[in-house]
Design a protein. Structure first.
Length: 311
């Protein structure tokens, strides 16, 4: 097949296509920046040809395949290439491959305690980030967004369920607060962030701070629990003391829930009722002593978690 000879050029339209037109839009600014960097370094100014297809296939950075496929899809969307060309390229250039090698990653409760204690002493802002992830099961990106855009007095209406509320609601008699984040991304939503009233004081201290996620990961790589595991740990702990549906709601695992307006309000009230049980469990972690002095319940919790992930 003779390919249409088109010069590849990154433009605002291709970036907008990634964000808005793809079925699974690329919304993370850092991912967009990485894709743009790869394109400008390896594809910018090159001609769409069979030689270029072979170049992409043999390139050592497999992410270049994804960038190339996205751009070819963009050309097809603009009707600059015919369906035959689009179909052949997408068939010839498979997306970045993943090894289906599932590896267990053991995490002990002592690891969690040591990480939190070390962060509290060395970096209180990162300690706040980890507290938000551990107490509410937040993703790193949502914890950073919450800190940067914290607006506790703002009134909002929750789309789809017709509930009007202040972003921040605190239950001081139960020692916790919840904050409406309202991220509606279909892949990574975040409705509410639950956290303790102690964490609220720290959050108020650092409200408005902008933090680069890579700096958090780099700091955590120095003998601390990586951010990507904290949400998983929070889930494993949370389901020990709360119903799974409630834990899913607290952690905004909305794809696993079918939520109508009535069910939403029920889950919100159930989350408010059950969340203090989880906070109590986290408090127990800070009192872990030697194995011989642990209660039967603490001893059960002290077993290592095995987080399974694909490499």
């Amino acid at each position: 097949m003779s390919l249409t000879h088109i010069t590849l050029k990154w433009d605002p339209g291709s970036e907008e296509f990634l964000k808005e037109r793809k079925r699974r839009g690329v919304i993370d600014p850092e991912t967009i920046a990485y894709y743009r960097s790869l394109f400008e370094k390896h594809l910018e100014g090159k001609t769409l040809s069979e030689e270029l297809v072979n170049y992409v296939l043999s390139h050592e950075n497999k992410w270049l395949r994804n960038v190339f496929r996205h751009y070819v899809h963009y050309l097809y969307y603009l009707r600059k290439i015919p369906p035959e060309t689009y179909g052949w390229v997408m068939e010839a250039v498979s997306s970045r491959s993943y090894k289906l090698d599932v590896r267990p990653y053991p995490i002990s409760l002592e690891d969690i305690v040591k990480t939190m204690n070390a962060l509290e002493e060395s970096h209180r802002l990162y300690y706040l980030i980890y507290k938000l992830m551990l107490e509410g099961g937040l993703r790193l990106s949502h914890a950073l967004l919450l800190i940067e855009s914290f607006s506790p007095r703002e009134l909002v209406e929750i789309p789809g369920v017709g509930i009007e509320t202040a972003r921040l609601a605190c239950f001081h008699d139960k020692s916790f607060c919840r904050y409406y984040v309202g991220v509606k991304d279909p892949q990574e939503p975040c409705e509410w962030a639950y956290f303790s009233t102690k964490t609220l004081k720290l959050l108020e201290e650092y409200a408005g701070e902008s933090v680069n996620r890579n700096s958090v990961r780099k700091h955590a790589s120095r003998n601390k629990l990586l951010p990507k595991y904290v949400r998983k740990v929070a889930w494993r702990l949370m389901i020990k003391v709360t119903p799974r549906e409630v834990a899913r709601f607290i952690q905004s695992r909305l794809g696993e829930l079918k939520v109508s307006e009535a069910i939403y309000e029920d889950l919100l009230s159930e989350a408010d009722e059950n969340y203090p049980k989880y906070l109590k469990l986290l408090t127990q972690l800070n009192t872990l002593k030697t194995p011989t002095t642990r209660t039967k319940w603490e001893n059960e919790l002290s077993h290592s978690f095995y987080i399974f992930e694909s490499s």
